[in-house]
Design a protein around this ligand. Structure first.
Ligand SMILES: [Zn+2]
Length: 382
């Protein structure tokens, strides 16, 4: 629970933010369902509709909700309930990538409710991979179809707003989601004699279409880059060393579909591991996987995330992702300082300043840092 004094302060800041905000309405606002959260739940009520920005802004400045979410679907009656009465017209295709789904080693050090640079860089790389290697390369979407926004916490939302995807049903969305995550891919389909004794391992060539080509191309690229790149594909150090030493032969082999140029133990498992490293890591739990659920509500871009005080910042274009730095570029509350009692927090950086680690101390911090700690339930106003 957020203490009443801190909650009141944050509500005040939210009111101020929304009263000064430009037009935050999604296109076709009148066809969207909205949902709002309080400090305890991201969605505490939904099935709301607004005819224009003026109506939404009045709501946001009066209520100052800590979470504002909107449907990727368009409906005839967005406030209809139950869901069947809304009359769905179509939906954007959305992907939700979160640092927690990457299972990075740093999460063990700082816990799953905190993020560090490695988490934020990792999820940014994953977003790049989704966009460049899958959405553009395999599905042929153009940059103008792809919208990207920071989630406001530790990930990115990727929206495809295009006529082709608008009419897709849940099964078609699931097929796309499975493809990019390499779900249900049988290694035997690329390596027909995998596990057969005495047979040379035949496998995909980099020119092959789809996952076969991706696997072959990914391994060749890593061999050309270095040992670090090979281990980042899940290959153990001794095998990576061996592959790298013999890389000329291995590359020549893979180019012609011969994956047996050098002797590697447990080849099937090794290449399966590489394949899953090349895939995009989304949440694999069905109820968290937004790309397959057309009824899901997602943070409205450029609204505040109530667990961090950061903006779910919309990027101008996907190519702006490389230089985007959430802990600087998505900071909302920059005025003044606040006195807080900090229970505990690891070291973190916000607006170019480093803070912590804290353990039960009273501190006067820049507002952005204080609010970040308050909303993470690690600090309270004094
Ligand atoms: Zn981390």
């Amino acid at each position: 629970m957020l203490d009443p004094k801190s909650a009141e302060l944050v509500r005040g800041l939210l009111k101020e933010y929304y009263s000064k905000a430009g037009d935050l309405s999604p296109h076709s606002i009148e066809r969207r369902e909205f949902g709002f959260g309080d400090f305890e739940r991201k969605i505490s009520y939904r099935h709301m509709a607004f005819r224009d920005w003026k109506a939404l802004r009045t709501y946001l400045t009066n209520d100052a909700p800590p979470f504002v979410s909107v449907s990727s679907a368009h409906y005839q009656h967005p406030d209809g309930r139950p869901m069947e009465n809304k009359g769905r017209i179509g939906a954007e295709l959305v992907f939700d990538l979160d640092a927690n789904d990457l299972n990075l080693p740093c999460a063990k050090e700082h816990g799953r409710s905190w993020v560090c640079d490695k988490c934020l860089d990792g999820v940014k790389d994953e977003t790049h991979k989704l966009i460049e290697d899958f959405l553009v390369a395999d599905f042929g979407f153009g940059e103008k179809d792809i919208g990207v926004n920071f989630s406001g916490n530790r990930g990115y939302h990727i929206h495809i707003d295009n006529k082709t995807v608008f009419d897709m049903d849940s099964d078609e969305r699931k097929a796309i989601s499975d493809y990019i995550s390499a779900n249900g891919i049988e290694m035997q389909s690329f390596f027909p004699n995998l596990g057969m004794k005495g047979k040379r391992l035949e496998g995909p060539k980099p020119t092959d279409y789809g996952w076969g080509g991706k696997l072959a191309g990914g391994v060749i690229r890593a061999l050309n880059t270095g040992i670090g790149e090979l281990t980042s594909l899940g290959i153990d150090r001794p095998t990576a060393n061996l592959l790298f030493r013999k890389r000329a032969e291995v590359i020549l082999g893979i180019t012609t579909g011969n994956w047996d140029k050098i002797n590697i133990p447990k080849k099937g498992e090794l290449w399966a591991k590489v394949l899953s490293s090349i895939a995009v890591r989304q949440s694999d739990s069905i109820d968290k996987n937004v790309s397959t659920d057309v009824h899901k509500l997602l943070r409205l871009p450029d609204t505040i995330h109530g667990d961090t005080g950061l903006i779910a910042k919309r990027l101008k274009s996907a190519s702006d992702l490389s230089k985007f730095d959430p802990m600087n570029d998505a900071v909302a509350f920059t005025k003044g300082t606040l006195k807080v009692k900090v229970e505990s927090s690891p070291k973190f950086e916000i607006s170019g300043q480093s803070y912590g680690p804290f353990n039960g101390s009273s501190e006067e911090l820049d507002t952005a840092a204080a609010i970040y700690l308050i909303l993470k339930r690690s600090a309270a106003l004094i």
